[in-house]
Write a protein that binds this ligand. Structure first.
Ligand code: MN3
Length: 241
């Protein structure tokens, strides 16, 4: 009897595609609900951002770190009926009222999904649209001066966090920085706005290649900024007003 049951269980396990590994040990009595959130594929190969970011960093950052945020978020949401059905954007917007595990992992999932889309292989990096270039020049003086200010915000973030270029509620560009996995869309953000570019300054984003040299990482990163994506976000954030 026990052997038959064990065999049936083993066969069922073999026939079940491993689509939701995070839930493999839960909900065996009934069909587990599909996970609310999933890890997006990288929009380029892991080595496509070299030499700015090496393949091993990209593989671990996406496959391990981002994946862990998604798994932890799914687990937290599955355990709290009050969160069922909420979109990632809703969770992020209301992060201040949510448990830290939801705030941190919803932020981690949103931030990294945005981050991968903010980069592109160096040969395709391009430059800001004429409209975005004009706004950058008006606000910061020049593209180079903007980069200096962005880098200063990135090196100035103590510990782990992010540096952002946002369109603020006044329609103006601004550089801001957030701790941990917070972002400017959160109700708790010191400076709120619509992110159009963001860089991850957690050590896991650069340590394998740059070790402690965060400033060098921030310098090298401009090679892989997807200016088309940033310009499109700028257009969306300024025309929807
Ligand atoms: Mn990261």
């Amino acid at each position: 009897m026990r052997i038959a049951l064990a065999l049936a269980t083993a066969c069922a396990a073999l026939m079940t595609p491993a689509v939701v590994p995070a839930q493999s040990s839960a909900g065996q009595a009934s069909t587990p609900a599909p996970a609310a959130f999933s890890l997006p594929a990288l929009p380029y190969a892991a080595d496509a951002l070299e030499p700015a970011i090496d393949a091993q960093t990209m593989t671990i950052h996406h496959g391990k770190h981002h994946h862990a945020y998604v798994d932890a978020l799914n687990k937290a949401v599955a355990a709290d009926p009050a969160l069922a059905g909420q979109s990632l954007e809703q969770l992020v917007a209301g992060a201040g009222a949510l448990p830290a595990v939801v705030r941190n992992n919803a932020g981690g999932h949103w931030n990294h999904s945005f981050f991968w889309q903010s980069m592109i292989p160096p040969a395709q990096s391009g430059g800001p649209s004429p409209e975005l270039a004009a706004a950058i020049n008006a606000k910061f003086g020049s593209l180079d001066a903007f980069k200096v200010a962005f880098k200063a915000a990135g090196t100035g973030r103590f510990g782990s966090g992010w540096v952002w270029l946002i369109v603020g509620g006044d329609g103006q560009l601004a550089i801001t920085s957030t701790p941990n996995q917070d972002n400017p869309l959160m109700d708790v953000a010191e400076t709120k706005g619509t992110p159009i570019l963001g860089n991850d300054v957690w050590e896991h984003a650069y340590y394998l290649q740059y070790q402690n040299r965060r400033a060098d990482y921030l310098d090298g990163w401009w090679q892989v900024v997807n200016w088309k994506a940033v310009s499109d976000r700028f257009a969306a954030a300024t025309t929807r007003r």
